[in-house]
Design a protein around this ligand. Structure first.
Ligand code: ARG
Length: 439
C-alpha cells in the first residue's frame, strides 16, 4: 500500500507542487475515514463521463481516501419513461411518481448504480452499491406526488460497513418506508440529509459545467458566503438555477463546522481541485469575517509584521512597526490574509503591505480582503514589483498603473493627473522596509 501511495503522490506532484498535494492528503486523511467527503454526481455524468468519474474516484481510493458517492439517474429515467411512452409530471421540482413511473425508474436507477460500481471494480477498486437501507422515509404527500418520500432518518450502518471493508459506498436517491415501500427522494434533499448525517470535511458536486459560472461563463474560483453571498444574490446574471444552488449550499454549510467546504467541479478536474491550492472549480466556504483595526495596538502590528516576513521570506527593519504613519490593519479572522494601510502623500492612504497565504488565496480570502479594503478606501495607492506574482492581479484591481523600472505603482480613485504624478513619485521614493538589499 505504501509503495502505491508513493507512486500516486508522485503523480499528484505533477499537478502542482508535491508539497501542496501532501498537505491536502494529510488534511483529508486526518478526519475519520467515512467523513472525508460526500460526492454528489448527477445522472448526466454517469451517462457522459463514467470513465472519468470512475478513474477520479479510483484515484482517491488508491490514496486511502473513501468518499461516499451519491448519484442520480435523471436523464436515464427520462429516456426510459419516454421510450415507454409514460408521461411524468413535475410538481414543485419533484417528479410525480406513480406506480407506473416507479416501475420504470427503479430498475434504471439500480442499473446506473451497478454501472458505477462495476466501472470502479474494473479498476481494481472495491465498491459497494447501497441501493437500500440508508434513507428512511415516509410519504411526502401521496395524493400530490405519489411515491415520493420525505426523509425521516439516515442510517449510516451500510456506509460505515462499506468503508470499514475498504469499499467505496455508492448510494442512490431512493429511500424506503418502514414497511419497505421504495420511495423516490429529491436529489438535493437527499444530499443535504446525507451531508448532515455524515458531517464530511468536503462536499463535492460534480457537474458538467465544472463550477459556478460568472456573467461571462467563466468558472468562479471561490465564493465566501460571509463576504460574497448577498452581493451575488443581487447580481442580475445569477440565474435561478445558480441562485437555488447557492441557497442550498448556504443552508447546508450553516449546520456544519467552519472548516467544511464545498467544491463544485467536474469529474476530470476533481483531482486538481482537491490537491492544489488554486483548485479547478468553485470552492464555497462560509468564509471568514474581515475585521478592520483602526488603531491597532503594538501586539497586532508585531503579529502582522511576522506574517509579512514569513510571506515574503525576508526580514523587516527593526522598528518597522513604530515607523508606520497612522497605520490601519485589515485582517481575516484566521489572520492568513492581512493588509496594512498608512497615511501617505497629501493624506492619501497608501497600502503598505498586503499578504495572503497561498491556501487562503484558494479559499478566496484575498478577494474578500480586497473587497473590504476597497470599501474602506475608495481612494488608495500602492506599488508592487514587476516580479511579484501578485502584480498581474493588482492590474485587475487598479484604475491606473504606471511602470517604473522594477516597480509598478497603482492608484484607485485618484482622478487629478498632476496629483497622481506627485503620488506616483512619492510611492517610488518609499523605503520598502526590508533589512536585505532589494535584488
Ligand atoms: N484543494 C483545496 C480543497 O479542495 C483548495 C481548492 C481551491 N479551489 C478553488 N476552486 N479555489 O479544499
Amino acid at each position: 500500500m505504501n509503495e502505491l501511495r508513493e507512486i500516486v503522490l508522485e503523480l499528484l506532484a505533477q499537478l502542482g507542487s508535491s508539497r501542496e498535494a501532501r498537505q491536502y492528503l494529510k488534511e483529508f486523511s486526518s478526519v475519520e475515514e467515512s467523513r472525508f467527503a460526500v460526492v454528489k454526481v448527477g445522472g448526466g455524468i454517469l451517462r457522459d463521463q463514467l470513465e472519468e468519474l470512475a478513474s477520479a474516484l479510483a484515484f482517491l481510493h488508491r490514496l486511502g481516501l473513501r468518499p461516499v458517492v451519491l448519484h442520480g439517474a435523471g436523464p436515464q429515467v427520462d429516456a426510459a419513461l419516454a421510450a415507454a411512452g409514460v408521461n411524468s409530471e413535475r410538481v414543485d421540482e419533484m417528479r410525480v411518481t406513480t406506480e407506473e413511473v416507479m416501475g420504470i425508474a427503479r430498475p434504471v436507477i439500480y442499473d446506473q448504480n451497478t454501472a458505477l460500481v462495476e466501472a470502479l471494480e474494473q479498476r481494481g477498486i472495491r465498491a459497494r452499491g447501497l441501493q437500500h437501507g440508508t434513507f428512511e422515509a415516509r410519504f411526502l404527500d401521496q395524493d400530490r406526488y405519489g411515491l415520493v418520500g420525505e426523509i425521516t432518518g439516515v442510517n449510516l450502518d451500510g456506509v460505515r460497513r462499506a468503508v470499514a471493508a475498504g469499499a467505496l459506498p455508492v448510494l442512490t436517491f431512493l429511500g424506503e418506508s418502514p414497511s419497505g415501500q421504495v420511495l423516490n427522494i429529491n436529489a438535493d434533499v437527499a444530499a443535504r440529509e446525507l451531508v448532515w448525517a455524515i458531517r464530511p470535511h468536503k462536499i463535492i458536486f460534480l457537474t458538467p459545467s465544472g463550477g459556478l459560472l460568472d456573467r461571462d461563463g467563466r468558472v468562479i474560483s471561490a465564493v465566501s458566503l460571509n463576504n460574497d453571498y448577498d452581493a451575488l444574490m443581487r447580481e442580475p446574471w445569477v440565474h435561478s438555477g445558480m441562485r437555488l444552488k447557492l441557497q442550498q449550499i448556504k443552508e447546508m454549510l450553516d449546520g456544519l463546522d467552519d472548516s467544511t467546504s464545498v467544491s463544485i467541479t467536474s469529474a476530470d478536474q476533481l483531482t486538481r481541485e482537491l490537491f492544489t491550492h488554486r483548485g479547478a472549480g468553485t470552492l464555497v466556504r462560509r468564509g471568514e469575517d474581515i475585521e478592520t483595526l483602526e488603531q491597532p495596538d503594538a501586539a497586532a502590528l508585531v503579529d502582522v509584521a511576522q506574517r509579512v516576513e514569513a510571506s515574503f521570506g525576508r526580514h523587516l527593519k527593526p522598528g518597522w512597526t513604530e515607523g508606520l504613519v497612522k497605520p490601519v490593519l485589515l485582517r481575516s479572522a484566521s489572520r492568513r490574509a492581512a493588509a496594512v494601510v498608512v497615511e501617505g502623500q497629501e493624506g492619501y492612504p497608501y497600502l503598505e503591505k498586503f499578504i495572503v497565504t497561498p491556501e487562503a488565496q484558494g479559499e478566496g480570502l484575498g478577494a474578500a480582503l480586497w473587497q473590504a479594503l476597497r470599501a474602506r478606501y475608495p481612494k488608495l495607492y500602492w506599488r508592487s514589483r514587476n516580479a511579484n506574482p501578485i502584480t498581474p492581479w493588482y492590474f485587475l484591481q487598479a484604475d491606473c498603473s504606471e511602470r517604473h523600472g522594477p516597480w509598478v505603482v497603482f492608484t484607485n480613485g485618484i482622478e487629478d493627473a498632476a496629483q497622481r504624478e506627485r503620488i506616483v513619485r512619492e510611492a517610488l521614493s518609499r523605503d520598502p522596509g526590508w533589512v536585505e538589499a532589494e535584488s
